[in-house]
Design a protein around this ligand. Structure first.
Ligand code: IYR
Length: 229
């Protein structure tokens, strides 16, 4: 028998926009998102907490496998925790840049001008550390603690991060998608349980007054899309 009893449907809330309004909203969003850049030089100016909370609520609207929402966002504002994260990230990254990265990888990073120094981890007022939640824990029966399989975790968390980064940009904040590697140290520093694995570290704030970004471009629509008609 199907589990019809656990199903419940409600009418879709859907605002039908005029084509004119659709075009104008599309244009506004495209223009707005068109200026999004990854920023590596931050100012220490604080970010209103309400903005971070709003962006996280937007991220939480992302679709996910079986609606399991397999993400945890850890918002790090504490200077001492930020310092610990910087120290650990720099230790790993120093090894990467000086030993572990093959030349091919170093060549691919050349235009970005990155190196192992990660002072932004202390300077940015806020670090959002995104964890993927690989499995849930059913602790209804405290003794058993059964694992609940999560589906499409990588895809789901990636989409949520996309929503988050878009929301933060839209509200006038700068972000960096940082992936120190390996990033297991984030679990220790932030005291996360074994079912949560670090996925992405997003420093958030305002750019430094003299922030510079690499002179690189995005691919054009022709290069990224194919219409089959
Ligand atoms: N995680 C390193 C290296 C790095 C890798 C890629 I792929 C980038 O797009 C940028 C950096 C670092 O943060 O420096």
């Amino acid at each position: 028998m199907s589990k019809a009893s656990s199903r419940s449907f409600i009418p879709l809330e859907f605002e039908l926009l005029s084509t004119e309004r659709q075009l104008s909203r599309a244009q506004e969003f495209e223009l707005g998102m068109g200026t999004r850049r990854t920023v590596r030089q931050f100012s220490s100016r604080q970010v209103p907490r309400q903005l971070i909370e709003s962006a996280l609520r937007v991220a939480s609207r992302a679709p996910s496998g079986a609606n399991q929402q397999p993400w945890r966002f850890v918002v790090v504002l504490d200077p001492e925790k930020k310092r610990q994260i910087r120290v650990a990230a720099e230790a790993e990254e120093r090894d990467n840049y000086e030993r572990r990265f093959p030349q091919e990888w170093l060549d691919a990073l050349e235009t970005l001008g990155t190196d192992w120094h990660k002072e932004f981890l202390e300077i940015a007022p806020c670090l959002i550390v995104v964890f993927r939640v690989d499995y849930g824990i059913d602790d209804e029966d405290k003794a058993k603690q059964r694992k609940i399989k999560h589906y499409y975790v990588q895809e789901s968390v990636g989409i949520a991060c996309g929503f988050l980064i878009a929301a933060l940009h839209w509200m006038g904040l700068a972000t960096l998608t940082h992936t120190p590697s390996p990033m297991g140290f984030l679990s220790q520093v932030l005291d996360r349980p074994p079912n949560e694995k670090p996925y992405l570290l997003i420093p958030v704030g305002f750019p430094a007054n003299d922030a510079k970004v690499p002179n690189i471009a995005k691919k054009s629509l022709n290069e990224i899309a194919v219409f089959v008609e």
